[in-house]
Write a protein that binds this ligand. Structure first.
Ligand code: UDP
Ligand code: MG
Length: 366
């Protein structure tokens, strides 16, 4: 059974179009369904209209929401109310093509998808009647979300999921972009995108104003901080903090006990080397903890095995870095002002990529 969740605020006139059309399409495809209109106590009588229509279309009902107003809380409450085996979310204003509803349903019911997205940004999809300004804002907003998901239209308000995708997921009912929230925090393997043409509404008014942009930026911030999202960015941030830990400990060791050691007979560079090994071990452990809990959210596997692998990757990378740098400076003779720095940078980038791949594909593999 398909549960269609439709959040509404002042959409009375659209109900008389959406509910009959949607019911007809689903019945003609023999898809069992319920339509849950999640209404924020609209003053225009949206719920009464749904009530009236349900005499003829008993699959539709309205849930009047008196508390916790807003688009995301409405959809999340819809997820809790729904009794179907597949949940589908769509706008009330006919912006989303009703004919595509069965396709999204089938992508999950028959093609094994966990998430099916009505996408404007893949081949065959598009947006009709939007002013350039709105297209530019939408494009910019999508770009900011790029590192969070591989879905080409994570801003879409038209998507279907299996209930298992969000079961137990720590969804926050804050941002307007519920799909993005689901893609970052949900549990799923296969995402299918179906091209849609988004049409601007004909009846009623858009509720999404400038506060939406502020809300979106805040929402993005939380999603970027969420464990496991955008791992490359987190890995780089953790690595940067590890450098500070490394240098901090090294400096502290030299300042605190360096003098005593230097005054020892037989002092040589090997003490500095020991200090470096100590600070390296500390920094690597620091990186390990952050990467395990935050970058890759890999707490389900045993830490001991992960730690050994992570340490192995870090040590190999350190050896490779030292060797490459030696070759660049002493063999190839990159000692001048730009060459020295460029070769140093190239070596660091190369080794960072190695470290990342080793961590992601081996040490913290899920
Ligand atoms: N909506 C809602 N609560 C809100 C804002 C919007 O239920 O606080 C519903 C609205 O009725 C519509 C959908 O969310 O069904 C998308 O809103 P809208 O069409 O106003 O946004 P736009 O298409 O202009 O981005
Ligand atoms: Mg709309």
């Amino acid at each position: 059974m398909l549960s269609v969740i439709v959040p509404t605020y002042n959409e009375r006139d659209n109900m008389g179009l959406l509910i009959p059309r949607l019911s007809r399409v689903l019945e003609s495809e023999s898809i069992p369904y319920e339509i849950l209109v999640m209404d924020d106590d609209s003053p225009d009588g949206t719920c009464d209209e749904v009530q009236r229509l349900s005499a003829e279309y008993p699959g539709a009902r309205c849930i009047k929401r008196m508390q916790d107003r807003g688009l995301s809380p409405a959809v999340m409450e819809g997820f809790r109310e729904a009794v179907g085996d597949i949940y589908l979310v769509m706008d009330a204003d006919l912006s989303h093509p009703i004919e595509v509803v069965p396709e999204l349903y089938r992508a999950i019911a028959h093609d094994g998808a966990d998430v099916a997205v009505g996408s404007r940004h893949i081949k065959g999809g598009g947006i009709e009647d939007w002013p350039l300004k709105r297209k530019v804002i939408s494009w910019g907003a999508s770009m900011l979300a790029r590192p969070l998901t591989s879905c080409s239209d994570p801003m879409s308000g038209f998507f279907a999921i299996r209930p298992s995708v969000i079961k137990g997921a720590p969804l926050r009912a804050k941002g307007y972009k519920i799909l993005l929230e689901v893609l970052v925090k949900g549990r799923y393997d296969k995402v299918v995108e179906v091209p849609i043409t988004f049409k601007d509404r004909e009846l009623g008014e858009s509720k999404l104003g400038s506060d939406v942009i502020v809300n979106y930026v805040q929402h993005l911030m939380w999603l970027y901080l969420h464990p496991g999202s955008a791992p490359l960015i987190k890995f780089l941030a953790v690595g940067g903090s590890g450098i500070i830990v490394d240098l901090g400990i090294l400096t502290a060791l030299i300042l605190l006990i360096g003098d005593d050691i230097i005054s020892l007979p037989g002092y040589d560079l090997k003490y500095v080397f020991i200090f470096q090994a100590i600070s390296f071990a500390y920094a690597t452990t620091w990186n390990f903890v952050w990467n395990r809990h935050w970058t890759f959210d890999a707490r389900s596997a045993k830490p001991s095995g992960q730690y050994v692998k992570f340490l192995t990757v870090a040590t190999i990378a350190l050896i490779i870095r030292t060797a490459l740098f030696y070759v660049a400076v002493n063999v190839l003779g990159f000692q001048g002002i730009p060459e020295y720095h460029i070769s140093l940078l190239a070596v660091i980038i190369f080794v960072t990529v190695l470290n990342y791949l080793g961590s992601r594909l081996w040490a913290f593999k899920k």
